[in-house]
Design a protein around this ligand. Structure first.
Ligand code: IMP
Length: 502
């Protein structure tokens, strides 16, 4: 006979935290959100940690190189989507790894044949007044000179005047060399009272600009997640089919951590994939696996050698797996069950395998709950898809700005590998939808706000770290009627009253 669970499976919405004692030390500035990303032995430090407990979902609509840079800058990590060709995914990883904070590829470029009219038009288009004049007019061409607002006076000049007649020519420019550090570049800017410092290679080809105006924003990323060469930490998704080609290309491109992206991870294919990685790279290549929703699935992947295990089936906002196939588990129950198995495994083996709660986070407080229930970090799709940095279009729909967001199992993404069970039969139904989400602005502002709520709640629970939260948290189920009590109720809201932030 089938196995029946005694309890229904539950979502984050059905729980609340009960505050614990907060000592005078329990203040937001003392809270650390640092959390392990990959497994480690008792008493040792993990080789990779996150500075904030957030990673972005392995999805076309969420994680490209731009998202990877923006999230690593705040202390998290993106897993660049794998439902694209190996070459284009590796190119995205390479781009994010080569991104140098503060070093900006020039977006306003002219050639020697350009005129004052072109300068004015370009300024109108980009809003930038510093322009590079390069031999071929490209961002990385041989630098001939620079034009800024100080080089021309419209009232005294003809629109047909060539830029070469009024630009500051290369031999009068102060430039940085290719391997200059950001600190050295900043010093050159200050010492020479520059607004922009061009960085050129030995052939005078323009590589980047470093701008004085960016100095303050560069200083304000205290949590940025960097590798040993001071490059951003970048992750990438892989599948259980083409790993023998994809993994080498991603590692060559500089990926720091991989994750097998599958809707159902309690399968032999995951072990085959991890075995192949261990055989070819040993423990040097870090790879997470999933998704599972119970302790048995966790143990299988931990024993297979996964560096972290991802939890969640059917809870994603764009997911219709439960409706289509009738499999899945409430995300809260799944997280609690897997966290228990993770702790048992740690007790038995002395190996701590971090777990990631993937999908189903709607309100910011769900993040705190998932962490309190035992998740070491969270994977979010819908959350990040709403920001400027996601790769999708921003559109006006019914008078409101929206961003597009679609599932990897939707007809649009066609990421059939994620749902593939092997064999010859190809998938013939979708497990995800194509949708809009309300546009929410910049990643930086939203992450700061969400995490400040997490941090304040941690203080209410008397916890200064995530592991302390996991030990001290007191969690209660809520009744359906008390959920109504939790929102504004029995009042008439004034217009423009902000509703709860998501
Ligand atoms: P969200 O944060 O609630 O939007 O959930 C994102 C998660 O949903 C992803 O990290 C995936 O695990 C999962 N997911 C992505 N695309 C699909 C799909 O098409 N069907 C089912 N689950 C999906």
């Amino acid at each position: 006979m089938a196995y029946f669970y005694d309890e229904p499976s539950r979502t984050f919405n059905e729980y609340l935290l009960i505050p614990g004692y907060s000592s005078a030390e329990c203040v937001p500035q003392n809270v650390s959100l640092k959390t392990p990303l990959v497994k480690f032995k008792k008493g040792e430090e993990p080789e990779l940690s996150l500075n904030i407990p957030m990673v972005s979902a392995i999805m076309q609509a969420v994680s490209d190189d731009k998202m990877a840079v923006a999230l690593a800058r705040e202390g998290g990590c993106s897993f660049i989507y794998g439902s694209q060709s190996i070459e284009s995914q590796a190119a995205m990883v390479r781009k994010a790894k080569n991104y140098k904070a503060g070093f900006v590829v020039s977006d306003s470029n002219l050639s020697a044949a350009s005129t004052l009219k072109d300068v004015l038009e370009l300024k109108e288009k980009t809003g930038h007044s510093t322009m590079a004049v390069t031999a071929d007019g490209s961002p990385n061409g041989e630098l001939l000179g620079i034009v800024t607002g100080r080089d021309y006076r419209i009232s005294r000049m003809q629109l047909s005047d060539l830029v070469t007649s009024f630009m500051t020519p290369f031999d009068q420019l102060i430039c940085g060399h290719a391997d200059i550090s950001l600190k050295e570049a900043n010093n050159m800017i200050w010492d020479n009272k520059l607004n922009a410092l061009p960085i050129v290679d030995n052939d005078h080809r323009l590589l980047y600009f470093v701008f004085r105006k960016d100095y303050e924003s560069r200083k304000s990323n205290p949590h940025e997640l960097l590798d040993s060469k001071k490059r951003y930490v970048v992750g990438a998704g892989i599948n259980t089919r083409d790993f023998a080609q994809r993994v080498p290309a991603l590692i060559e491109a500089g990926a720091d951590v991989l994750c097998i992206d599958s809707s159902e991870g309690f399968s032999e294919w995951q072990k085959v994939t991890i075995d192949w990685i261990r055989e070819h790279y040993g423990d040097k290549v870090k790879v997470g696996a999933g998704n599972v929703v119970d302790g048995e699935g966790f143990r299988f992947l931990a024993e297979a050698g996964a560096d972290f295990v991802k939890i969640g089936i059917g809870g994603g906002s764009i997911c219709i797996t439960r409706e289509q196939k009738g499999i899945g588990r409430g995300q809260a129950t799944a997280t609690i069950d897997v966290a228990r198995a993770r702790d048992e495994y740690f007790k038995e083996t002395g190996i701590y395998v971090p777990i990631c709660s993937d999908g189903g986070i709607v309100y910011d407080y769900h993040m705190t709950l998932a962490l309190a229930m035992g998740a070491d970090f969270l994977m979010l799709g819908r959350y990040f898809s709403r920001f400027d940095e996601s790769p999708t279009r921003k559109l006006m729909v019914n008078g409101q700005y929206m961003k597009e967001y679609w599932g990897e199992g939707s007809a649009r993404a066609r990421n059939w590998q994620r749902y593939d069970l092997g064999g010859d039969k190809k998938l013939s139904f979708v497990e995800g939808v194509d949708s809009y989400v309300p546009y929410a602005g910049s990643l930086k502002d939203n992450v700061a706000l969400s995490l400040s709520k997490v941090i304040h709640t941690m203080c209410n629970c008397g916890a200064l770290t995530i592991s302390e939260l996991q030990q001290k948290a007191k969690i209660t189920l809520v009744s359906a009627t008390s959920i109504v009590e939790g929102g504004a109720h029995d009042v008439v809201l004034k217009e423009n009253t902000p509703s709860s932030n998501q």
